[in-house]
Ligand binder design. Structure first.
Ligand SMILES: Nc1ncnc2c1ncn2[C@@H]1O[C@H](COP(=O)(O)OP(=O)(O)OP(=O)(O)O)[C@@H](O)[C@H]1O
Length: 571
């Protein structure tokens, strides 16, 4: 199984190298082929030099052989490195392209992030393998050529030299099998350490930790994860050293046997000297062969993760937008997160029609974001239906379904690109500058050049939390899909700007469906319908005034304080 996986990895890595860097692969193969022939030639030439009467010809040959070994090895190493680097960069670029095509439902699964990170890590061993199949063939060819050269002197010796390949290959197979189990554990500890380190160095969490003075606790978590990784690594290294040592001892015995067989076979002094020189080179070739084989076997499980992941994501960019949607609805939807004891939503029905502004309200954790994710298709209901224009959204392809929505999530992205690129992300197609300007109208960025770089870490403009949220809203404006879903769209925005935004939403709402999650009472006055989600169900629905009439209801209790504050302020 391991050997089969190794062969598959070797074949696929050769195909990758051929696709991405054919010139370097060809050069590398030629150099490796030359290097494979030289040790055998050396054996024959040494024997001739000592045993035949002709000195000059073998001496000249040996000068060429020995003289070219060093530069050929150097150049070949350089070319191998270059090939590796090219392949690594290409694989990482390919992976970014694949990540860009992941759907929200796929991203909602915890295994996706794990697979993506494992694939990213896999690019390293996969690119390391780039030249290894060639190296393996070259080392094997070296051994065969040596075997033939030595066998021409003494058959048993030649066969023993060839047999000496076996212990190393076996040891590396065992080591790789052990590493295939150990590496995922190391990678998991390393992932945790990397995550904790990011919290220390990224601006927002880093600053929060620095202000709290608690960074040392996170550093402790980093140290613990690394200590666990080191423990696994140490064990792997100890075992690997033992296997290698064992293999080396058996190899030495086999080579010793080859030399004894030579002497007992009555070889001449020249032949014996030639065979000794050959075995020294042979040992080196065998080490290389084992190393190349080991790298391929080690990379095989990781390469399999990478390829499985890459192949599991559909090809081609997503396009298209539905600008006019008449209605969307959740019909008697029940949904529970995997492993949760209780469903998060039970028998929930919500509807929004074109021209309406609809709000979802409820305490933290009530299930508002879950309802939104069910609507856009990032989650699938356990029972009930999601309807778009009366049709079952569950039957639509995910791309087709997403084309109906512009979704502003709570944790909106702070994309530190140029202003043009950051806002242009609102639509999947190429967008024009005037369209971007329109989307930015009325915001702080209305008059900024579109080339403005955002984010101080790139030498660009620093932007406040509320300003980032306005850019996120501008993306939704630019997108202008048939259904706008805004999950707390003004949570970081000042009261004055919030007022402008909601007035603008009302003014422009005629041709679309607008669904808003809001915790602010006054913004709800504008709504055509409010759904109060409580304890996983729709507890109430109606307009603001409807819901406020009975002060004992959930809604009135939720917003009574805010209402008082707002009324007293407006007086
Ligand atoms: N990925 C998840 N896996 C398991 N449980 C989840 C997941 N996401 C949310 N939950 C749980 O589902 C419940 C509803 O969460 P949801 O995010 O929908 O609430 P919300 O009403 O949007 O809250 P908030 O006002 O804080 O945004 C919560 O109890 C939460 O713990």
């Amino acid at each position: 199984m391991i050997v089969l996986d190794a062969f598959r990895t070797a074949r696929e890595s050769l195909i990758d190298a051929l696709r991405i860097t054919p010139g370097w692969l060809a050069t590398y193969s030629v150099l490796q082929l030359l290097l494979a022939i030289l040790p055998g030639a050396q054996v024959v030439l040494i024997r001739d030099l000592i045993d035949s009467g002709d000195v000059w010809r073998p001496l000249l040959g040996l000068t060429v052989v020995v003289g070219s070994m060093y530069p050929l090895t150097q150049v070949s190493n350089g070319v191998g490195q270059r090939m590796m680097l090219r392949l690594r960069l290409a694989l990482r670029t390919e992976l970014a392209g694949v990540a860009a095509r992941l759907s929200p439902s796929r991203l909602a699964g915890p295994e996706t992030v794990r697979d993506l990170e494992a694939s990213q890590t896999a690019t390293h061993p996969m690119s390391d393998v780039a030249g290894k199949p060639v190296q393996l063939l070259s080392a094997a060819a070296t051994s065969v050529v040596l075997c033939v050269a030595i066998a021409s002197i003494n058959l048993v010796s030649g066969l023993l030299v060839l047999a000496a390949l076996a212990p190393t290959v076996l040891a590396f197979t065992l080591i790789s099998r052990m590493e295939a189990k150990g590496w995922p554990r190391v990678a998991e500890h390393e992932r945790r350490a990397a995550y904790a380190t990011e919290q220390l160095i990224q601006q927002r969490p880093g600053t929060e930790l620095a202000v709290l003075g608690s960074g040392w606790k996170v550093a402790g978590l980093v140290a613990n994860s690394r200590a666990s990784a080191t423990w696994v690594l140490d064990r792997m290294i100890r075992t690997a050293v033992l296997y290698e040592l064992g293999a080396a001892l058996v190899t030495v015995l086999l080579f010793g046997g080859a030399l004894i067989a030579l002497v007992r076979g009555g070889a001449t002094g020249g032949a014996a000297a030639a065979a000794v020189a050959g075995t020294i080179t042979g040992l080196n070739a065998i080490r290389q062969c084992g190393y190349a084989f080991g790298s391929i076997v080690t990379a095989a499980p990781q390469a399999a993760i990478y390829r499985r992941f890459v192949r599991s994501v559909p090809a081609g960019p997503r396009r298209g937008m539905v600008r006019q949607v008449d209605s969307v609805a959740l019909g008697n939807v029940t949904f529970g997160y995997p492993g949760a004891a209780e469903p998060t939503l039970r028998d929930v029905s919500i509807e929004a029609r074109r021209g309406e502004l609809v709000a979802l309200v409820g305490v933290n954790g009530a299930g508002k974001s879950t309802a939104i994710n069910l609507l856009v298709g990032a989650l699938s209901p356990d029972s009930g239906r999601v309807l778009i224009d009366g049709a079952d959204a569950g039957a639509m392809a995910e791309d087709e379904r997403l084309a109906h929505f512009g979704l502003l999530v709570q944790e909106f992205g702070r994309f530190e690109f140029t202003l043009r690129d950051a806002v242009g992300l609102g639509a999947p197609d190429i967008v024009t500058d005037p369209a971007i300007r329109d989307a930015l109208a009325g915001t702080f960025a209305a008059d900024l050049p579109l080339d403005t770089q955002l984010g101080q870490q790139w030498g660009g403009t620093g932007i406040s939390g509320g300003q980032w949220q306005r850019l996120a809203l501008a993306r939704i404006r630019l997108r202008n899909a048939g259904v706008w879903i805004l999950d707390e769209p003004t949570s970081a925005i000042d009261a004055e700007a919030e007022h402008e935004i909601f007035t603008d939403l009302r003014r422009t709402s005629a041709d679309r469906i607008t669904i808003v999650v809001s915790h602010r009472a006054w913004t709800l006055r504008e709504m055509d319908r409010i759904y109060v989600i409580d304890n996983g169900t729709v507890a109430q629905q109606g307009t603001y005034d409807d819901l406020m009439t009975d002060p004992t209801t959930r809604f009135a209790r939720l917003f009574a304080t805010q209402n008082l504050t707002h009324t007293s302020r407006s007086r």
